[in-house]
Design a binder for this molecule. Structure first.
Ligand code: B3K
Ligand code: ZN
Length: 867
């Protein structure tokens, strides 16, 4: 689809409105695996004199007929290039006209999971960002919005598209009279929100009555036999619809809402209007096949796609540079939803962990870009942690700065002012300015500037005056193409704690606007301990003069759960960075963890997070940021040894905790029992370092749910004694794709690094390594990449394994190949030998004849980091 395309860069500055209004789109599909016909009728009205009509259309489209108002065009009347078809202005009528096309495509040959394709015999589509152009010729850009009418003819029992079902009229086709499924979507939408599904599917159905009394039929469509695993998705949908009414006043606007689970899907899910298409791993769940984390993700992603109905569909993006307008906001909304339904502090910590692991990493390397980029080669490479997660953080900051009431007023204005629009970040900020009166000129830099600001905090205590002065300095390192970083407005939430642990000053948000700025606290009797960046009030890194005793104090006393977790996390990082460089664990670390294990007042999910050691990649990043070349083997050894030390120091308490956290009773995926299981498994992970996996083996054998089974299996793989458990799981679940994905992922990911690459190679040779399936590919190849010391093995085996597979996948599914190539984005921070091996692997990918535009852009940017 995107192979062999010239490398052209698109710029935000080049945006021009489309010179035609598209009044309506009518499509008729005749589905057949290798020769699907797509008839289109597009009603255009010219908006500018003398404009050519430029349509997007991939090179695989076979054009049988093109006509204007019933008059056939000959190839001489238009200009067809690789990705466009242009009808010159001279050939077009002066006023409104209808363009009709008859196009043939081949879904069975389409392995890209983009456009119209077959997944296990089910016809389905994925059009965001630019997939519709592989279905027919069209102005495939988000600012061209039209109501759609879609007729589907096929031999499939279920035929779905966007909007509501309508009664089809008879259609004459030669001598045959046919009646297809007719779908009418009255809400104007861009082509990226188009969807079609046809196949042998079964619905798990429900109903929802909206706040104004509209009756909505809800269906979750799955393969026959999967019905008993779709109930949780349906419940999550109902909760999402209720929540969006209660919290944002947003109501659903059609009579039907359909969700379809598909096995071959490039990402998590897609918010097509009224017809959300999901990766089956984010729909199907039962206690014996899905973990607590799976359940939480299903609930969040169902919500995310549903919330897009307003933030993305009713108000869409003017162009793809504005992607974070819909994604950042919708992530922010789904985070709020999960916080409301589950534990807000735990959700915040999890979100910050994800942000740091993925987005800070992106910002610190060759793939850094702002939430609103101003250039790209392949837009599919910009569905990133920066656009999504940082996009959400930026909204969180905005809310912090204007307050809850200001945020509500701004959102209400956004929905009324821009309903039906294709909007921009400027529109979004204008709404906040107009609703709150706040000047957001400086704030806008969060959208336009890449990089994570680094804050330094210095404390000055004037004992005689009882005054504490905090002086903050902000600095953002240059990122590719952006050498200068002016200061941004940074909300810094600060609280002051007395030496006895009392809260002396409650949380206050300081607004930093300059490169350096001081804030004074007067009237203090004794020097307080500063709790800073409470709730992670801004996506920045922070240096401060805090020793390990100070961290232990905050871990014990901070009222802010995030800051408390952060203190413990800082202690663990302090231990790990020291140990990886030949030193010892931080003073007081083991004792602090002991107090936490015993702290019955803290919720189990929180304690589980505190007991989980930082990942090896995070330790490597921290060392690299300090100018130390990370040694992956030393980091792995340090983490193993710290885990063993913690287990040794608290063996009895951990064993008691492991027993006490047993949930008993029937499984529910609710936050409370899930938290207990998380704490139990965190204890198990540590204890397994001492008992060689004995407890894990026992748990694996008697576990009544997949959460505990996978927790036990992970510990067994890490202890290198998982053979029996892996066999047993294979025997039980070889017919279940989603469980088998876990089976494929856990082995390379958790295996001792020295063995992981050979394990991965053996798994890749299996018949059931269906590598063209995105989930299976990600499980195995992504699994090895997630094993830091194995991916960065000194002999280059990790780099080579992954490069070999990316080379194989790129011609088949360029989007997934490009996305996974990002695992190489830290290659430049390692030692010269590793760098040479990584560079050689990257060069092999870059040299692949016909490399896709997707992979080419990624690999070129990644290689540049070493120049
Ligand atoms: N909007 C889609 C992502 C589309 C990815 C295209 N490569 C899912 C989501 O963010 O909800
Ligand atoms: Zn989204």
């Amino acid at each position: 689809m995107t192979q062999n395309s010239a490398q052209t860069t698109r710029y935000l500055a080049d945006y021009r409105p489309y010179p035609f209004h598209l009044r309506e789109t009518r499509l008729v599909f005749d589905l057949s695996p290798d020769a699907t016909r797509v008839q289109s009728e597009l009603d255009f009205t010219p908006l500018a004199q003398g404009a050519d009509l430029v349509l997007d259309g991939g090179s695989a489209l076979i054009l049988h007929r093109l006509s204007i108002d019933g008059r056939d065009l000959s190839p001489a009347d238009y200009d067809r290039k690789d990705e466009t078809l242009t009808i010159p202005a001279a050939t077009l009528p002066d006023g409104p006209f209808t363009l009709s096309a008859d196009v043939q495509i081949n879904p069975a040959a389409n392995t890209t999971c983009e456009g119209l394709y077959l997944s296990g015999g089910i016809y389905c589509t994925q059009c965001e960002a630019e997939g519709f152009r592989h279905i027919t010729f069209y102005p495939d850009r988000p600012d061209v919005m039209a109501p759609f009418q879609v007729t589907i003819h096929s031999d499939q029992p279920v035929e779905l598209s966007n909007g509501d079902r309508a009664v089809p009229s008879e259609e004459r086709h030669g001598a045959i009279t046919r009646i297809g499924a007719l779908w009418i979507d009255p809400w104007p939408k861009p082509a990226y929100l188009f969807a079609l599904v046809a196949g042998d599917l079964r619905a798990v159905s429900g109903r929802f009555t909206t706040m104004s009394g509209r009756e909505v039929a809800l269906n979750v469509w799955v393969r026959p036999g999967d019905e008993d695993r779709a109930g949780f998705a349906l419940e999550s949908l109902v909760k999402s619809m209720q929540w969006d009414e209660q919290v944002y006043g947003r109501e659903y606007d059609l009579s039907e809402f359909n969700i379809v689970a598909i096995d071959d899907f490039n990402m998590g899910a897609m918010e097509n209007k009224g017809l959300n298409i999901f990766n089956s791993k984010l729909v199907l769940a039962s206690p014996d096949t899905a973990t607590d984390t799976d359940y939480e993700r299903i609930e969040a992603v169902i919500a995310h796609e549903y919330f897009h109905n307003w933030t993305g569909n009713r108000i869409t993006c003017r162009d793809w540079f504005q992607l974070c307008l819909k994604e950042g906001l919708t992530v922010f909304r789904d985070q709020q939803f999960t916080s409301d339904l589950r534990s807000a502090p735990v959700k915040r910590i999890e979100d910050v962990k994800t942000l740091r692991d993925r987005q800070f990493r992106e910002d610190a390397g060759p793939l850094a870009h702002p939430p609103r980029p101003d250039r790209y080669q392949e837009i599919n490479n910009f569905y990133t942690a920066t656009v999504y997660e940082k996009g959400a953080e930026v909204i969180g900051m905005l809310k912090r700065l204007v307050g809850d009431d200001g945020y509500k007023a701004a959102l209400d204005l956004y929905f009324t002012r821009h309903d039906g629009d294709a909007a921009t970040i400027e529109d979004w900020l204008a709404v906040f300015q107009d609703a709150t009166g706040r000047d957001l000129t400086q704030f806008k830099r969060w959208y336009t500037d890449a990089g994570t600001p680094h804050l330094t905090m210095a404390e000055d205590w004037a004992a005689d005056d009882g005054r504490l002065t905090l002086t903050f300095t902000q600095e953002t390192a240059p990122t590719p193409g952006q050498p200068d970083k002016p200061p941004r407005v940074i909300p810094i939430a600060v609280g002051l704690i007395g030496q006895n642990g009392d809260e002396l000053r409650e949380t206050q948000v300081l607004e930093m606007t300059q490169a350096q700025q001081a804030f004074r606290f007067d009237g203090l009797g004794a020097r307080p301990v500063v709790s800073v960046l409470r709730g992670f009030s801004a996506p920045v890194t922070l240096s401060r003069d805090l020793d390990d005793a100070g961290r232990a104090f905050l871990l014990a006393h901070d009222r802010d759960p995030f800051a408390r977790w952060e203190a413990g996390h800082g202690l663990a990082l302090s231990s790990l960075t020291a140990m990886a460089q030949g030193g010892t664990a931080a003073a007081g670390h083991l004792d602090a963890i002991g107090r936490l294990i015993a702290d019955q007042t803290a919720e189990p999910a929180f304690r589980a997070l505190c007991l989980t050691l930082p990942g090896e990649d995070e330790v490597a990043s921290l060392l690299a940021a300090r100018g130390v070349t990370p040694d992956p083997d030393a980091i792995h050894a340090a983490r193993e040894s710290l885990a063993a030390d913690l287990a040794q120091a608290h063996q009895a308490a951990l064993a008691a905790l492991y027993d006490a956290m047993e949930t008993g009773g029937p499984y529910t995926p609710d936050a409370e029992p899930a938290g207990r299981r998380a704490l139990r498994l965190a204890a198990l992970g540590l204890l397994s370092r001492l008992d060689g996996g004995a407890r894990a083996a026992a748990l694996f054998d008697k576990a009544g749910n997949m959460t505990e089974q996978m927790g036990a299996l992970t510990a067994l793989v890490r202890a290198d004694r998982a053979d029996a458990a892996l066999d047993r799981m294979l025997g039980l679940f070889s017919g279940n794709r989603l469980v088998m994905d876990k089976w494929f992922a856990v082995q390379p990911m958790a295996a001792p690094p020295a063995r992981a690459a050979s394990i991965a190679r053996a798994l890749a040779a299996r018949d059931d390594f269906d590598w063209k399936n995105p989930n299976r590919f990600r499980a195995l190849i992504g699994g090895l990449a997630a094993n830091h010391a194995a991916f960065h093995a000194a002999d280059g085996s990790g780099y080579d394994f992954i490069a070999d597979w990316l080379i194989r996948l790129d011609p088949v599914n360029p989007q997934i190949a490009a996305r996974i190539s990002a695992v190489f984005d830290t290659w430049h921070r390692y030692d010269p030998d590793r760098r040479a091996r990584a560079r050689a692997a990257l060069n092999r990918i870059a040299a692949l004849p016909g490399l896709s535009r997707n992979s080419s852009e990624m690999v070129t940017r990644i290689i540049a980091a070493g120049d």
